[in-house]
Ligand binder design. Sequence first.
Ligand code: DC
Length: 224
Amino acid sequence: MQKKIIIAVDGFSSTGKSTLAKDLAKKIGYGYIDTGAMYRAVTLYFLRHETDIADETAVAEALKNIEIDFQNIDGVNTTFLNGENVEKEIRKMYVSDFVSPVAAVSAVRRAMVKLQQAMGKKKGIVMDGRDIGTVVFPEAELKIFVTSDPKTRVDRRYAELQNKGLQADYEEVAKNLRERDHIDSTRADSPLRQAEDARVLDNTALTRAGQLALAEEWVSDRIK
Ligand code: DC
């Protein structure tokens, strides 16, 4: 049997990271873990319970009451928060607008990283996020850092929201991406950065199939 590895896929929002990670997991028969969805689920909980992120006690208490898991429903990786299917809700703009400040809270990160490490310990997974290759699995056998030019990213996120039937304004999407890039890469705890040993995949000019083929080659290199 081929050895199972951990594949970390990191990069800015809307670079096509999740599409690549999902496609790759499916192609090679690995599990897929969307860590952004976990931060989004925490954000949804905090919004619903009006948790003040500056209040450490309130944050700790809320985290104790949060259970996140994933289920495959009709082939779609689906996020559950305390047993409720929140997959659609966590993609809405009001959650996107608040997720970066929530993801910058150290107590939130510690709880999510612990969960992610437990989810990945059997290997054979593709995990996508911001700090997977640097913090969650610094020993991951393959690290991919996905990039694409800013306009392409806004176009993609806008199209994604429209396809899901969610209301979106192009300028608002662009502003949200800029703000999240800034917060995600300048936060004190685990800022988004490329791991030194990551391979950069710029997919601006690549098709979905093209980026998958490239990543597959890299996987073959690592499991040989
Ligand atoms: O990938 P996404 O856009 O769904 O992620 C939502 C937010 O969660 C993103 O703005 C940054 C944060 N995030 C993080 O801080 N660390 C991760 N491993 C994944 C996401």
